[in-house]
Design a protein around this ligand. Sequence first.
Ligand code: ATP
Ligand code: MG
Length: 893
Amino acid sequence: MMTAKEIRDSFKQFFESKQHAIVPSAPMVIKDDPTLMFTNAGMNQWKDIILGTRDPEPRRRADTQKCLRVSGKHNDLEEVGHDTYHHTMFEMLGNWSFGDYFKEGAIDMAWEYLVDVLKLNPEDLYVTVFEGDASEGLERDDEAAGYWLKHVPADHIINGNKHDNFWEMGDTGPCGPCSEIHVDSRTPEQRQESGISGRDLVNKDDPQVIEIWNLVFMQYNRKADGSLEKLSMNVIDTGMGFERLVRMLQGKHSNYDTDVFQPIIKKEEEITGLKYGLKEETDVAMRVCADHLRAVSFSIADGQLPSNAKAGYVIRRILRRAVRYAYTFLGQKEAFLYKLLPTLVEEMGDAFPELKAQQTLIAKVMKEEEDAFLRTLDKGITLLDKAMEQLKAEGKTELDGVQAFRLFDTYGFPLDLTELICRENGYTVNEEQFNVEMQKQKERARNAAAVENSDWQTPSGSPCLGGEEKSSLNREDLGGSQQFVGYDYTEYTCHILRYRKVTQKKNEFYELVLDYTPFYGEMGGQVGDSGVLVNENETIEIIDAKRENNQTVHIVKQLPKDPSAEFMACVDTDKRDASAANHTATHLLDYALKQVLGDHVEQKGSFVSPDTLRFDFSHFEKVSDEQLRQVERMVNDLIRQDIHIDEHRDVPFDEAKKLGAIALFGEKYGDKVRVVRFGPSCEFCGGIHASSTGRIGFFKIISESSVAAGIRRIEAKTGRECEELVYQLEDTLKAVKSFFNNAKDLRGVIQKYIDEHDSMKKEIEQFQAQAVERFANQLVEKAREVNGVKVVKAVLPLEPAAAKDLVFKIRQQIPERLVCALGSRHLDKPLLSVMLSDDMVADHQLNAGQMVREAAKLIQGGGGGQPHYAQAGGKNLDGLSAAVDKVIELAKL
Ligand code: ATP
Ligand code: MG
C-alpha cells in the first residue's frame, strides 16, 4: 500500500515526466489580494497569468497546493467533521496548461495517471461533462465527451448542469466548462444492498461516491454585465483532493482512516481516553479537532495569527469551533488542540518545513487562544445559567433568540451549543428570532463592505477582452501589460491602458492602469505612492496606488477629460523618500533584532508609511530597555556608515538564497526575485528603499509591546519624524523646568517636592484623625432626639477617609436608634455619608443606600452602599447642606 507521502511524490513525478515544471505551493494565507483572503484552489496563484498580466512561461506546471475553504465562495466549514471527505484545509494536487495542451491532453493525462499509474479500477470511475445552458447560449461540451469516449464506455459519462459543471473564478473573470472524475468506493456489500448503480449516485452527496478530480477548461471571461466572451488563451486548470485520493488508494472509506489523519486521531484517543469509531458524536468531534488542528497550524505558520478582524477572525473561528467540540463532546475543559501539534509536525513537518521551524510559536499561540476562549466559554455558560434561572422564575421554557444571538456574537457561543445546554436543562431556544438577528448582522456587514466594480475600459472606448475580432491578440486583451519603472524613476511618460469605475459605500472613484508607471502599489507592508498625472491640459490627483494581479492600480477621484492623451506620472517624492527611509530602517531593525535577541526572531508583519514604521516579530518575552537601546545603537551605527543599496533584480530564487537573503514563511515568491542588501542586512524584498542608509538620518524606537502570544511589536520613527520627537521632548522638559524656576538639578528638586508632599500628607492625616475624635465627641453631645431617635447631622471639611472614620465612630458611641447624615468637602468636592444603627434598618425599614441616592441628587452626584452605611460623591458643593437635611427628612421620624 502506498503511503500518503509516496502518493504525493508520484503525482509530481508523473507530471514531471509530462514536461511540467513542479512548483512550490503558494502560501495558504493571501496577503496582497483584496478579493481573496485564503487560497481556495490551486489556480489562485496563477490568476494573473490567466488574466494575461504575467508571463505564462513555463506553460506547463504542477504542484500540491495548501487550500482553505472556510469563507467566501467556497465554504465547507459546517460539513467538516460531520462528513468524512470535506476538510477546511486540504491539499489540492493540480496540473496547468497556459495556452499549451487543452481538453484532450488534460483528459488523457488524468486517465493515464489514475488508471495506468495508480491502478484505480476503471469500472469505479465516472466522469461528468457540461450539458450546455440555453440561457448562456452554450452547447453541450461534446468535445470533452468525445475525448472521454476514448477511455470510458458511454454509460460512465454523465451530463452535468451549470451548477456542477461550469466553473467560475468569481462573479467576473475567467470561467469555462469542467469535467469531474468521480469514484464509486462502496464495498461490494453496500452496492448489493442499495441496488443503485454508481452512475446514479454521482453528485448526489453520497459519502462513498465522491468527486476526486476536477478538470477545468477555461475558455471564457465573464463580464460585469454577466455576458461571456472568449478568452484568447485557453487554460487547463485541474484540482484533485489529495486526502480523497489517498483514501481511495489505501482502500479506506473515510479520509480520516488514512495515514494522513490516523496518527492525530490516535493521539486524541490517548489524551481523552475515548475511542474513535464507537459513538457518532465523539467521532465527529475527533474529526473536527484533527482537521482544524491542521488549518490553524498552517495559517499560523503562514503568518496569519488569530485575531478579531478579517482573515485572523476566520482562523479564530476555526480554532473556537474545535475547542467547542472538544469541550462538549471530548470532555476537554482545558487547552487541548496544542497537545496534538507535535504529532502533526512529526507527520507533515518534512513536506512542509514551515511547520517544523515554527512549532514553538504555533503551540504558544494556539494554547493562549484556547485558554482565552475557554474563559469566555465559562463566562457564557454562567450567563446562560442566569438566563435559565430567569426563565424558571418566569415560568417560561423558551430562551429568546436575541439573547441566544448575544451569546453567539459576544461570547462565540454558536446556536447549537446554546441549544444543547438549554436542552440538557429542559429549555428550548427561539431559533427563528436568532436567525432574524443573524440576518440583520449579515446585512450590516454586507452594506459596510459592498464594492461594485464595472468592466475595464480602454481609453479608445472599447471594452477590454473584447470578443472574437480580438481573439488573436494575446496579452493585449487587457489593453496590454504594465511596466513598473519605480525602482529607477519617480516621474515617467505614460498612457492609460485601461480604467474602471469602482463604487464602495456610495463613494465613487476610478482605477487606472498605466503602460509605464513609477508608482509603487501597496505591497509587503509598504503603503502605496500618491502623486499626480499631468499634461499641459490637466492635472489629475492620484490619491493612492494598490497592487492587484501583479500590477499597480492607481486610484483617482476623476477621470482625465481625454483618457487617451499622454501624461507624466509624478510620484510625491517627499512622501516616497520618507517611506523608503522607513522601509530601509525596517530591514536594519530586523537585522539588529536578530543580532541582539537571537536567530529565532522571525518577521511576522510590517507596516511602512511616510511617518512611521511598525515591525512584528516572534520573540517570547518582553524586550528589555537595555536590549532596545542596543538595537537602536546598532541601527544608528549602520545609518552613519551610509551604506549604499546593493540591489539584485530578477535573481533566480535559489541563487538569491545563496546570496544569504532571508526568505519569509508564508510569503509568495516568483521564480525570479529581488534581493536588497545594506551591508550585513540582506532580504528578499520588492519594496522601495533609500539609496543609502545615511538617508534615514536617525532611528528611534517609540514603543515595544505584545500583539499576541509569542509576537512582539516595535514601533519606530526615522529622520524628520525624529526631529519632531526631539522638539516635543525638549518643549516638555522646558515646561517642567519652568515650574521649578529653571532649577539646575531638576531631578533633585522634583524629588524634594515629592518628599515634602508625602510628609505633608502624613501630617494632614494625623491632624484629621485628631479632628475626627474631637468632632465625634462634639456631634454625639449635640445629637437631637426626635421620637426617641438620635439625629446627628453636620457639614465639615474632611477628606473622604476621615469622613468614613467619623460616621463609624459616631455609630460606635450611639449603637441604637441612630440616624446620622454627614456632608464633607475635600478639594472642593462634596461627599455625603449616611450611617444608621442596625435597628433603624431592621425595625424602621430604612436603607442608607436608597437614602443617599435620593439625597445625592441635590449635589448632582450618585453613589450607594449597604443598608446601614452609604456614601455618594457629587459635583455641586452648594447643595451639600440641603442634601444633609434631605437625608433626615427621608428618615421620616
Ligand atoms: P465537492 O462537490 O466534493 O465539494 P467541489 O466541487 O467543491 O467538490 P472543486 O472545487 O472542483 O471541488 O475542487 C477540486 C477537488 O478538490 C475536488 O475534486 C475534491 O477532490 C477536492 N476538494 C474540494 N473541496 C474539498 C474539501 N473541502 N476537502 C477536501 N477536498 C476537497
Ligand atoms: Mg465543494
